[in-house]
Design a binder for this molecule. Structure first.
Ligand code: HGY
Ligand code: MN
Ligand code: MN
Length: 436
């Protein structure tokens, strides 16, 4: 069999450099960038080699389809004409994302797409067709690393995106509409990417754990039980820019000094506050800009991001409220203006019990301990969890490191992941009941 987990690993690593990265010094592949488009084309070619037909949708996603036993010619947008009539076969949706954070590792996102392709390649090599089709989505924007919103493309497919959410610009001030236009797409057609959930039997995503648990317990694979709730805010602190040499300390309204106190209190509240340590509560300030950013000017304006997560939305919200109150106290005390905008929010999403059991059966067949665990990292899977049965397979990653070029996996673990996915497919096939 040519299909293999180690080929999935090698392919992810091949995509780390130009033309598949927007930057030659580190991996950055932002939504609809040149690096993203080159990656989408290359992954599309690998899908075709694996026996799939491919297309892209109005949100820029890449879609590969491996037909079911009774092929329903795929006419795009999900509608099928079935030869001889009858109900078109449903599909298993296998997905992850092709975009990355800045200075990323090779595997966060692409590994799930590559393992899906290897699964289909293994079926195709064996001449095996299933009672259901397989559709693999390479989502274009899971990270939100170009525009402030995240998961734009999976939310579009799930029908969970309001047209107003498309009024976004990137940090260079280029609007999503302009970026789409440059790629031959129309923002007015973006929501056509939506698929009817009834076309699918479920959603499956393989992903690196992005945490230390599997490695600490010497396990290659894990079964995700739920994905943590998350909320993101954009904070703007407006003080008064001034001459560094003549502005007396007592009269300053230094936006950066105020923001620095705010950042430390965000950490303090999440680490030592009322809900600290419960439900995987975490809060992070990941991005900050200082204006005007001159060494001899008291900072006038500071913008920073806030990311708050917890296993349940109530703990996330309680922590966010405490943070917001504390930040306004700092702003009042220092005489600066604080503006906070909630730019992204997702509820916690449980995975499907029977899909988790199918994964557990696959692990048992491979004599692997079935370690069930919550995901602190967000994934496109959370967008579909209330629309169709959803399962996630975690793969151990070196040192639990992610969102970092040191992100690494073992080829042996990728091989085991592929074997587990093939056993999982066996489970789905034996329990599949065609639509009436
Ligand atoms: O932020 C996250 O959890 C995901 O990696 N986008
Ligand atoms: Mn990520
Ligand atoms: Mn990811």
């Amino acid at each position: 069999m040519v299909a293999s987990g180690s080929r999935a690993k090698t392919r992810c690593e091949a995509l780390k450099v130009p033309p598949f990265s927007d930057n030659a010094d580190y991996l950055f592949r932002s939504y609809l960038s040149d690096g993203f488009m080159a990656t989408r084309d290359q992954v599309g070619r690998w899908m075709v080699e694996a026996g799939m037909t491919t297309r892209t949708d109005d949100a820029g996603n890449l879609i590969g389809r491996y037909e079911a036993r009774s092929p329903a010619p795929f006419t795009g947008r999900g509608d099928h004409e079935v030869v001889g009539g009858g109900t078109p076969p449903k599909a298993l949706l296998i997905a992850s994302h092709l975009d990355s954070v800045r200075d990323a590792g090779a595997f966060d996102g692409p590994l799930g797409v590559m393992l899906g392709i290897e699964l289909v390649a293994a079926l195709d090599e064996a001449g095996r067709r299933l009672p259901f089709a397989i559709e693999i989505y390479g989502f274009g924007d899971e990270e939100g690393s170009r525009f402030s919103a995240a998961m734009l493309t999976s939310r579009a497919v799930a029908g969970k995106l309001e047209a107003s959410a498309l009024n976004v610009t990137d940090r260079a001030g280029v609007s999503l509409a302009e970026v789409l236009q440059a790629r031959g797409l129309q923002v007015t057609e973006y929501l056509n990417a939506m698929r009817d959930p009834s076309e699918f039997i479920g959603y499956f995503e393989a992903h690196i754990e992005q945490g230390p648990v599997l490695e600490a317990e010497n396990l290659a694979l894990g079964i995700v039980t739920a994905i943590a709730a998350q909320a993101r805010f954009e904070a703007v602190v407006e003080g008064v820019a001034g001459h560094a040499g003549t502005s007396s300390m007592a009269l300053r309204h230094d936006a950066l000094a105020a923001a620095a106190e705010m950042v430390l209190d965000i950490e303090e509240i999440a680490r030592f506050g009322a809900d600290a340590g419960q439900d995987g509560l975490v809060a992070t300030v990941g991005r900050m800009t200082v204006e005007p950013g001159a060494v001899n000017v008291v900072p006038g304006t500071v913008r920073f991001s806030i990311d708050v997560r917890a296993g349940v939305a109530s703990a996330r919200d309680a922590c966010a409220e405490r943070i917001i109150r504390k930040l306004h106290d700092h702003a009042d005390k220092r005489g600066v203006k604080l503006t906070l905008e909630r730019v992204h929010e997702l509820p916690e999403s449980p995975c499907d019990a029977s899909m988790m059991d199918h994964l557990e059966s696959a692990f048992t067949a491979l004599k692997l301990p079935a370690r069930r665990m919550v995901s602190g990292a967000g994934h496109d899977a959370m967008i579909f969890a209330d629309l169709m049965p959803t399962a996630m397979l975690f793969i151990r990653c070196a040192g639990g490191i992610s969102h970092n070029p040191l992100e690494g996996i073992e080829a042996e673990d990728a091989e085991l992941a592929l074997k587990a996915m093939l056993k999982f497919i066996d489970q789905l096939e034996t329990t599949y009941e065609p639509a009436a």
